[in-house]
Design a protein around this ligand. Structure first.
Ligand SMILES: C[S@@+](CC[C@H](N)C(=O)[O-])C[C@H]1O[C@@H](n2cnc3c(N)ncnc32)[C@H](O)[C@@H]1O
Length: 227
């Protein structure tokens, strides 16, 4: 990756998300919402307690659903336009402006982290550091959910793929340059050091990707897993 990419990818992604935020609702197709809501129920069933954080919350659709499951939800995003929509739709919710790379500034512990379709906007090196921060923010036996894109490498994309939720309307309205990191399954599991896999599945109504539900494991267990 070029030095310019390493410096500018978050700024570039924010330029795109701030511009498209008002149209982002077109991705909330009935099929994808039903799928994600089932995934959130599964997440809730694994939790050791009720405090959860939602990184990259976008327009807050998942935060609102998690709150409807009687969870205490703190959400954050770096896009002002996304946050404005999330706060308008859920005035009593907690929506903070924060970069994934500054998650250590959150006040934990949390029982769960629901990171849906967002941490692939970090470089692979940043993602490894973010996983370490997530682990430190979680309570004992806390749960991390991630959904990530399947593939190889990390790069900017300009064109949304044929399976992007919302179809032709989304491809027309949500154009823009975004940085993505793609993972093969084993590579992703290796980056999620300090966690044990609880469940996994491929996302069907979206672009190729994985959903993983993971539980924080203790230091001793994490070290013995590495030998
Ligand atoms: C593909 S959208 C997903 C939104 C939401 N999680 C969902 O599933 O509908 C990715 C979100 O991540 C946010 N994001 C991207 N980079 C970020 C960063 N470095 N820190 C915080 N949020 C970021 C974007 O603003 C956007 O709202």
């Amino acid at each position: 990756m070029s030095k310019e990419t390493a410096v500018d990818h978050v700024t570039q992604n924010m330029e795109t998300y701030n511009r498209i935020a008002e149209h982002y609702h077109v991705t909330a197709t009935p099929g994808l919402r039903a799928w994600k809501e089932e995934s959130m129920r599964r997440f809730a069933a694994f939790l050791p307690g009720a405090h959860v954080v939602v990184p990259g919350c976008g327009d807050g659709r998942d935060s609102r659903f998690l709150a409807s499951l009687a969870l205490q939800v703190t959400s954050f995003d770096l896009s002002d336009a996304m946050l404005r929509i999330a706060r308008e739709r859920d005035p009593s919710g907690t929506y903070l402006k924060l970069d994934f790379r500054d998650m250590a500034n959150l006040r934990g512990p949390f029982d769960g982290i629901w990171a849906s379709g967002c941490l692939y906007h970090l470089t692979k090196a940043e993602f490894v550091r973010c996983v370490t921060t997530c682990r430190s923010l979680l309570s004992k036996a806390g749960v991390l959910y991630v959904s990530m894109k399947e593939g190889q490498g990390e790069r900017y994309e300009e064109i949304l793929g044929p399976r992007y939720p919302g179809g032709a309307e989304a491809r027309a309205l949500l154009q823009g340059r975004r940085f993505y990191a793609y993972y093969e399954r084993d590579e992703l599991l290796k980056a999620l050091d300090g966690f044990a896999l609880l469940a996994e599945q491929r996302v069907e109504p979206a672009e190729r990707g994985f959903e993983l539900w993971l539980r924080k494991i203790g230091e001793a267990a994490a070290q013995s897993r590495q030998v």
